[in-house]
Ligand binder design. Structure first.
Ligand SMILES: [Zn+2]
Length: 368
C-alpha cells in the first residue's frame, strides 16, 4: 500500500521540476502562428545589400541540434570571408527573384554559407522558435558554397540532386541514368536562386506550421494550428498515402529520407533504399522509369518532390519562383527524347491546386 502511494508522488515531483525548467512559452498554442518574417526591407535592386550580409557559418545540421536551455543559435564564422565572385552570384540571384521572394529573403534573420561536403545534404532552413531559445523569432537559411561557383546551371543541379538521392555520385556508379537536358542553358544565378528558394520553402512551411493540422503533430507543442487546411487537401490527400504520412508526422526532414512516405500514384511509388541498391548493382532501369514518370505525371515537379510531403510543397515553391523569375522564357526539360515544361504544368490540375495552397498561406506575398 505504501509503495504504491509513493510511486505517483515521485512521478509528480519529477514532472513539476521539469515544467519549471522550461515553459518560457505557451505550450500547445491554439491560434495560428504569427509569421517570423517581420520588419521592413530596404530597396536593393541589384542585390548587393543582400549579398553583403551573407556569411559563412560552422553551424552543423540543425536537425541534430539540441533544444533550450543548451541550444546555441548559428553565428557567422569570422575566420572565413565570402569571395567577390560568391557575393556577385548571390546578388544576381537576389535581383532575379520575384518580388514576393525578395520580400521573404530580406526578412530572414541571416543567410549563411556552409563549407562544401562531398555530397548532400548541403543547405538547410531553420525556424528557430521559443523551444530553442526563449522569445526567439529567428529564421535562417544556409546554402553550400559548392552552389556558389557560378558554373553550374539549374539543370546541372537538378541532375546532381537526382544522383545524390540515388547515391550515384561515386565515379562509375549510375551509368546509364537518364540526364535532364535543356535547350538553352539558363543563367547560373538561377541555380543559386533555386537553392535559396528550396531552403526558404522549408522555413516557410515551418513558419506557417503548414503541415501541422493534426493535433498529434510534434510541432503543435510550439506552433498553433495552420491558418488553412489546404496542405491536407492539396498535398497529402491529392498525392500521398495518408495513412503512412500520419504515422510519421515530423517537421525536420533530412535530405533523401522518405520517413515511410509513399505517393498515391502507383507509377511513382518506390522505396528509395531499393532504388539505391539497384543503382549500386548497376541496374538503373527502375530509377529511369521513375524519372520519366515524374515528368509525365503533371502532379510532381521533380524527383526530389516525390521523397516526402514536405519536399513536395518545397519543390513546388522552388519551381514557382524559378518560373516567375524567367518570365516568358521558361525552357522545358528534355527527358529521354521527350520534352516537358514543368513551369507550364504549374498552371493546371493538381499542381495548380498546390500552388494555390502556397498562395493561401501567403508564401507568394512579399508582405509580412
Ligand atoms: Zn529539402
Amino acid at each position: 500500500m505504501r509503495t504504491t502511494a509513493l510511486i505517483p508522488l515521485i512521478f509528480l515531483t519529477i514532472t513539476s521540476s521539469a515544467e519549471a525548467g522550461k515553459a518560457s512559452y505557451q505550450n500547445y498554442p491554439t491560434t495560428p502562428p504569427e509569421t517570423f518574417f517581420q520588419g521592413t526591407c530596404d530597396s536593393d535592386t541589384d542585390g548587393t545589400k543582400f549579398a553583403e550580409k551573407v556569411c559563412y557559418t560552422t553551424f552543423k545540421n540543425p536537425g541534430e541540434s539540441v533544444f533550450a536551455p543548451d541550444y546555441r543559435p548559428p553565428t557567422c564564422d569570422k575566420s572565413r570571408q565570402l569571395t567577390p565572385e560568391q557575393k556577385s552570384v548571390l546578388a544576381k540571384a537576389y535581383s532575379r527573384a520575384p518580388d514576393y521572394m525578395k520580400g521573404k529573403l530580406c526578412r530572414l534573420t541571416q543567410v549563411f554559407v556552409t563549407r562544401s561536403r562531398s555530397w548532400g545534404p548541403m543547405g538547410w532552413g531553420l525556424w528557430q522558435g521559443p523551444d530553442r531559445l526563449p522569445d526567439s523569432k529567428s529564421v535562417y537559411i544556409a546554402i553550400s558554397d559548392r552552389q556558389l561557383t557560378g558554373k553550374q546551371s539549374f539543370v546541372d543541379v537538378e541532375n546532381q540532386t537526382i544522383r545524390d538521392l540515388l547515391r550515384a555520385e561515386y565515379p562509375g556508379r549510375g551509368k546509364g541514368l537518364v540526364q535532364l537536358k535543356m535547350g538553352a542553358a539558363p543563367d547560373p544565378e538561377l541555380a543559386v536562386l533555386a537553392e535559396l528558394a528550396h531552403e526558404l520553402g522549408h522555413v516557410l512551411v515551418a513558419d506557417a506550421n503548414m503541415d501541422g493540422n493534426s493535433r498529434y503533430h510534434p510541432r503543435r507543442k510550439v506552433s498553433g494550428p495552420p491558418k488553412n487546411a489546404c496542405f491536407e487537401t492539396a498535398f497529402v490527400q491529392a498525392s500521398w498515402d495518408e495513412k503512412r504520412y500520419n504515422k510519421r508526422l515530423r517537421r525536420w526532414v533530412d535530405f533523401g529520407e522518405q520517413y515511410g512516405n509513399r505517393t498515391k500514384n502507383p507509377d511513382l511509388k518506390f522505396s528509395l533504399e531499393r532504388l539505391r541498391r539497384d543503382v549500386r548493382r548497376g541496374n538503373v532501369e527502375a530509377a529511369n522509369r521513375l524519372i520519366k514518370n515524374v515528368y509525365s505525371s503533371n502532379e510532381f515537379v521533380s524527383v526530389a518532390s516525390t521523397i516526402n510531403t514536405q519536399e513536395d510543397a518545397v519543390e513546388v515553391f522552388k519551381y514557382k519562383v524559378l518560373g516567375d523569375a524567367m518570365g516568358n522564357q521558361k525552357p522545358g526539360f528534355d527527358v529521354d527524347g521527350r520534352s516537358f515544361n514543368v513551369f507550364d504544368a504549374l498552371n493546371s490540375g493538381v499542381l495548380q491546386k498546390k500552388v494555390q495552397c502556397l498562395s493561401d498561406f501567403g508564401f507568394l506575398s512579399g508582405q509580412p
